[in-house]
Design a protein around this ligand. Structure first.
Ligand code: NAD
Length: 493
């Protein structure tokens, strides 16, 4: 049994009320760990420590190259521990070992990327009227509250922690209450490499308790949140009273547009990857497939055949291609949507059930599911299901494809498959989404900004944009001729 602890001011801590939360393996429903159930008191203690540490300048005053050296060491240690981290990620989240393995390497690469970036030029100077010289410097924001979801427990943590620390901030970090295992391991690594105490603090616990306190606290300068759109709206409201900066990476219902002139085998293959990787629990999942009518039937036939062949099983079985959903509660939500889809009159072309055979009875497994005969206003077309459930729709022409693609509240991602390069770019330019692909789905890079339009969020993670989220911008104007301005009393005449 894994016993987890929180990390505040460089010390491992139990919860102030000594309560613990069981952490469950979604592949079989067994308890694998206990995590302290953080309280408002614990959150306040971590916030106070982060505030004091920031104000003392222990971290922000270090030359960037020194902060970078810690981040490089963290990257190295993540790689050294890749096997264990992969195993733990699969155990806690349920994703396959293959999926978890990529996440862990990506996390190391993200630390390395920001370690490199922070030592590169980042200011500006302006040629203004003599005798002044104007320039801009970037500074850390201060205390950053970082709140993340359960679908990429380590990677989503690192997308925030690496740039926040690189920029010189101190942090109060809260992982999802469902998946604290690899975040705890990351904090062990940060402790091992000697990040000064008080710089990086971690509190576990419920969103409405610990997360709420972080978002509302007057001692926190910024909150960077990844999670559901409903929670994002709440965080924004909580942050408003203290006018703290918010950065929000939220939900999606992303369109994947397949034109008749695309290579159908490639389109089907990427479309499967787009929805069923991570068992559909991916914010950018291609959960609405739009297919040009002349190849619709052929596409659906091929897609359904391939969906039915996906091997669903425990993430730690090397033969499994798709793991379980993360929790009993989430399983119920996804099954409810499948029921709603049927009630709305959509037709199930594949899957549609919980899997309760072959040793998967106690896990949270759902068949790869395909809905056809859907209408644009159905809830299964409009709302994020966050499971292995896709709707396949038909379109007549380019104009209708764009209209349907943009017709949800979300705007996170989208893709176009076609052999016509000009058409691909025309359609992509019309998509109201922040992350897009042509003839591919899902590949993403630490170098490139990640984030959504519309109700999919505010701000960007990753790349130079992801660093800027964690920085203030200051203009400095220098008088090169030190003498009175003489504006009043005509002293200069
Ligand atoms: P969630 O919104 O329920 O929880 C996310 C985090 O917020 C958790 O740590 C949770 O404890 C905390 N939280 C919950 N209520 C809170 C409150 N009232 N105040 C403060 N914090 C609170 O989301 P989830 O179910 O963990 O994750 C799934 C969602 O995350 C999906 O909607 C998915 O699209 C989204 N997501 C988005 C991205 C992106 O980059 N846009 C990436 C991953 C996941």
């Amino acid at each position: 049994m894994i016993e987890l602890q929180m990390y505040i001011n460089g010390e491992w801590k139990e919860s102030s009320n000594h309560e613990k939360r069981p952490i469950v393996n979604p592949a079989n429903g067994e308890v694998i760990a206990y995590a302290p159930e953080g309280t408002i008191k614990d959150a306040r203690e971590a916030i106070d420590v982060a505030r004091k540490t920031f104000d003392e300048g222990i971290w922000s005053d270090l030359p960037a190259v020194e902060r970078a050296s810690y981040l490089f060491k963290i990257a190295g240690k993540i790689e050294e521990n890749q096997e264990e981290l992969t195993r733990l990620e699969t155990l806690d989240n349920g994703k396959t070992l293959r999926e978890a393995g990529y996440d862990i390497l990506d996390a190391a690469a993200c630390f390395r990327y920001y370690a490199g970036l922070i030592t590169k030029p980042d200011g500006q100077t302006y040629h203004v009227a003599d005798p002044m010289q104007a320039m801009v410097v970037r500074e850390p924001i201060g205390v950053c509250g970082l709140i993340v979801p359960w679908n990429y427990p380590l990677l989503m943590s690192v997308w925030k922690i690496a740039p926040a620390l690189a920029a010189g901030n101190t942090i109060v970090f809260k992982p999802s209450e469902i998946t604290p295992v690899t975040p705890k391991k990351l904090f062990e690594i940060m402790d091992e490499v000697g990040i000064p105490k008080g710089v990086a603090n971690m509190v576990f616990g419920a969103g409405p308790v610990v997360g709420h306190e972080i978002a509302a606290s007057s001692k926190v300068d910024m909150v960077s949140f990844t999670g559901g759109t409903k929670t994002g709206k709440h965080i924004m409201k909580m942050a408003a009273d203290t006018m703290k900066k918010v950065s929000l990476e939220l939900g999606g219902k992303s369109p994947n547009i397949i034109f008749a002139d695309s290579d159908l085998e490639t389109s089907v293959d990427y479309a499967l990857f787009g929805i069923y990787s991570g068992a559909g629990q991916v914010c950018s999942a291609g959960s609405r497939i739009l297919v040009e009518e002349s190849v619709y039937d052929e596409f659906v036939n091929q897609f359904v055949e391939r969906a039915n062949e996906i091997k669903v099983g425990p993430g730690n079985d090397p033969d499994s291609e798709m793991g379980p959903l993360v929790s009993q509660q989430h399983l119920e939500k996804v099954l409810k949507y499948i029921e709603i889809g049927q009630q709305e009159g959509a037709k199930i072309a594949a899957g549609g059930n919980r899997i309760v055979s072959n040793g998967l009875e106690t896990g949270y497994f759902v068949e790869p599911t395909v809905f056809v005969d859907v209408q644009q206003d159905m809830r299964i077309v409009q709302e994020e299901i966050f499971g292995p459930v896709v709707v396949i729709q038909k379109f007549k022409d380019e104009e209708e494809a764009i209209k349907l693609a943009n017709d949800t509240d979300y705007g996170l991602a989208g893709a176009v498959f076609t052999n016509d390069g000009a058409k691909a770019l025309r359609v992509i330019k019309k998509l109201r989404a922040g992350i897009t692909w042509i003839n591919a789905y899902h590949p993403t890079y630490n170098e490139a900004p990640w984030g959504g339009y519309k109700q999919s969020g505010i701000g960007r993670s990753l790349g130079t944009f992801g660093l800027e989220e964690f920085q203030e911008i200051k203009q400095i104007n220098i008088n090169l001729q030190v003498e009175p301005i003489g504006w009043f009393a005509n002293k200069n005449e």
